[in-house]
Ligand binder design. Structure first.
Ligand SMILES: CCC/C=C/C(=O)SCCNC(=O)CCNC(=O)[C@H](O)C(C)(C)COP(=O)([O-])OP(=O)([O-])OC[C@H]1O[C@@H](n2cnc3c(N)ncnc32)[C@H](O)[C@@H]1OP(=O)([O-])[O-]
Ligand SMILES: NC(=O)C1=CN([C@@H]2O[C@H](COP(=O)(O)OP(=O)(O)OC[C@H]3O[C@@H](n4cnc5c(N)ncnc54)[C@H](OP(=O)(O)O)[C@@H]3O)[C@@H](O)[C@H]2O)C=CC1
Length: 299
């Protein structure tokens, strides 16, 4: 397997410390690996200890000898405020600082909105919206308020709604707005807050969340963007590293769409042909339209 090398300068983030939620898989793993390569120590955090430990082992092997970075796996369910407080406190005890927070942990399941139970809806809102809020608030209060820092929220391509995953569309849209509010409230502490909105990004772990639907869901999405291919986690990571870096020193409250134009282009969702809508009002314009649609009607 070819090793990916960051396009950023080695040592760019030497001696910085980051928390990356969901840092052991997919997009989070790519972000954590690139930060480590660039000298930033990373705490990878999510719910499953075994998965995190395996990811940390793999990352340790790839940290270049020139990098002073260390990777630490710590479990935390971002839905629990107590878990998040414990995570932030452990990171400060171990490293004494938190320069970067990447709110990447999250996800959802597919379901028509009418079939979503309240429990399922709440699980997705609690994870993606409230979990992100918990992490931002705790890192800010415990460290960044006094010392500054950078926060990146990973959201999604929900710009045209998110049919089939309405819960996550609502949560990610809310995080887009939260990003703006926090960027203003926390500006005077020297905290920049931005979001990254990925298009459809392939990783095995992301696909496996959708079980047997996964391969079709991902392969079908490939043509709904300007690149005519799926993205990969490394393409999100480089955008995150840019926003964390001094190259983005004048950027806050922004959402960067890393989606090869997916959000500008066709929706994957098909609305079936139907006659369920109210008819257009009668009048000269409707008469003219009927003639265009069926020229013989005039005869
Ligand atoms: C191609 C598209 C673009 C890709 C975008 C990506 O993000 S890719 C990356 C994607 N990565 C990820 O998504 C990774 C992270 N995702 C997750 O962990 C889950 O999607 C989660 C956020 C729902 C949490 O789930 P959890 O199990 O920890 O939560 P819980 O035990 O608290 O249960 C709460 C309730 O939620 C409901 N419910 C849950 N699953 C399903 C389902 N499949 N089916 C139906 N319903 C489901 C159910 O009602 C359940 O209650 P019940 O009926 O059991 O009493
Ligand atoms: N792949 C894609 O096409 C897109 C992905 N995204 C978003 O990007 C982020 C990363 O996804 P991706 O890497 O693709 O998929 P993955 O499924 O590989 O990553 C999701 C990560 O989130 C962690 N996670 C889930 N719930 C929690 C929780 N309650 N507390 C802490 N960590 C949690 C998971 O770890 P664990 O199970 O151990 O908790 C896992 O590491 C997600 O928010 C996803 O929704 C957005 C748009 C498109």
């Amino acid at each position: 397997m070819a090793a990916v090398t960051s396009v950023f300068r080695p040592g760019l983030f030497n001696h910085k410390v980051a928390i990356v939620t969901g840092g052991g898989t997919g997009i989070g793993k790519a972000i954590s690996s690139e930060l480590l390569e660039l000298g930033c120590s990373v705490v990878i955090s999510s719910r499953k200890a075994e998965k995190l430990e395996a990811a940390a082992q793999e990352m340790r092997q790839k940290i270049p000898p020139s990098s002073p970075a260390i990777v630490t796996p710590l479990t935390c369910n971002i839905r629990s405020e107590d878990d998040v407080k414990a995570l932030v406190s452990s990171v400060l005890n171990k490293y004494g600082r938190i320069d970067f927070l990447v709110n990447n942990g999250g996800g959802q399941f597919t379901s028509p909105a009418e079939n979503m139970s309240s429990k399922g809806w709440n699980a997705v809102i609690d994870t993606n919206l409230t979990g992100t809020f918990h992490c931002c608030k705790e890192v800010y209060s415990a460290w960044m308020k006094q010392h500054g820092g950078v926060i990146i929220n990973i959201i999604a391509d929900m710009w045209k709604g998110f049919p089939g995953m309405a819960h996550t569309g609502a949560a990610r849209s809310a995080v887009d707005n939260l990003t703006k509010s926090l960027s203003i409230e926390w500006a005077a502490s020297g905290v920049r807050v931005n979001a990254v909105a990925p298009g459809t990004i392939f990783s095995k772990t992301a696909m496996d969340n959708y079980k047997e639907l996964g391969p079709l869901l991902f392969t079908k999405s490939a043509k709904f963007n300007l690149a005519k291919r799926l993205g990969v986690p490394e393409e999100i990571s480089s955008a995150v590293c840019f926003l964390l870096s001094p190259a983005a020193s004048y950027i806050s409250g922004a959402t960067l769409r890393v989606d090869a134009g997916q959000s500008l282009y066709h929706s994957m969702w098909e609305v079936p042909d139907h006659n369920a809508w109210p008819q257009a009002p009668e009048g000269e314009n409707l008469d003219a339209l009927r003639e265009v649609l069926n020229p013989k009607s005039k005869l």
